[in-house]
Each structure stands twice: as structure tokens, then as C-alpha cells.
Unconditional design. Sequence first.
Length: 254
Amino acid sequence: MKTLLCGKGGSGKSTLTALIAKSLSERGCNVLVIDNDESNFGLHMQMGLELPDDFLNFLGGKKNLVGKMMEAFPKGEKLSLFDHKWEISTIPEGYVTRKGNLSLIAVGKIHEFGEGCACPMGALAKQLIQNIELGENDFVLVDTEAGIEHFGRGVEEGCDVLFMVADPSYESIRLSEKISKLADNSGKPLYYILNRAEGASREILSCGISEDRVISTVPIYESIFKAGLLGDEFHIFVPEVKMVADFLIEHKSK
């Protein structure tokens, strides 16, 4: 099953991606995390992995990919970046880091002032997700950049299910309305994880969301906050995250 996590900046997408990945891994699942946030440099530490080389470099770097895009698009041609399918275990070494049954790919990061936009990362992420073939016990989690640009680039096409991470803020409430419409247009099922939501804030946040679409509500954990602040690997059992892992395993078996 391929799952994409989205939401506003600071809602906890990367934190929950790492926690869900580790929860699935601890249950014997093979998990590939695709880091599609060009400005996040901490996800790998939360997973206890080294940061792999930008996957963009497998295709010759950003300039080379932009050149291919500029050559294909004016002609109305479809840009094809892969000539054969990969399994999680056959992803080229150097562009993936692994520990046990956890694997991580970083599509690309912004490294230099004035290097250009992140459009090539979106194009690559879309095809990369579609190019991974999964075995019976395999899961892919896609951590996205803040907001909704990935919907505009069709990154969701290769995914089976979408999770919106919503924190108790007005921005998340409004964004949930927009993401709900975009998910409908994509034809992908959308579910919600309410993060750092407790008491009255949880009630307000969930007002516009169907209760059967909320798969978990994660309260504030001081241990998660501290590990995230220090850049430590997560060694934290979160029952509300286990609920999300249970949901994915159950739906994959259907």
C-alpha cells in the first residue's frame, strides 16, 4: 500500500511519517519512506537513518531533469524517467539508506541560493511512486511539502490512500476543506490524523470532518517534542500511531 501524508507546514507530517514507518517496521513490514519535502532536513534522523543522496542525482541532477522536461513538454510528449519497475530491495544503492526493514529516499533538497524551483522534484516524485512495485508485506509512505502544490503536480496518482495531518489551527481547518475537494478530484480516499489535538481544540478541529474519516487523534507527547527538538531517533511507543499502522495493515489485506 502506498500512502501520502499532506497538510500545512508544522502540522507534524514528517514526525508522523517517521512514527508510522517505525510502527509498521516493528511489526515486520518492509517500509519505504519517500521524502518529498525539499526543505526538510530532519526526517532521516527521526528514523535513525543517514540522509541519502538526492534521488535527482540518479537522473543527472536538477538541471538535467529540467532539460528533459523542457524538451518533452513543448512537443506534448510524455516524459518517461524509468525504463523498468523497481522493488524496494532493488532501488539503486547510494540513493537509498536502509536499516533492517526501513528504507528512505530523498527526492531532492534545495541546497543553493537561486538554484531554481522545486518543480522537477514534483515530476520525479510522481513517477518514482508509480515505479515502485510492492510485495505482499511492503508499504510506501510519502512525506510531502507543506500545502497543496503536490496535488497540482499529480503526485497522488500513484498512491492508494491519502492522510491529511491536521493540527488545531484555523489554517488546518480551512486547508482540510480544500484538500477534501482535491482528494475527491483525484479519486483517492482521504482520511485524517488529528495531531496535538486535545479537549476543546479537538472538538473544534473535527467539526467539519466526518468522524468516520478520522483514523486517529494524537495528543501532545513531551517525549516526541523533545526528540524532535534534539534531532534524536524516535524510540517512542505511541498507541495512537499504532492505530494508524493497524488501519494500513487492515486495509492492505482487503
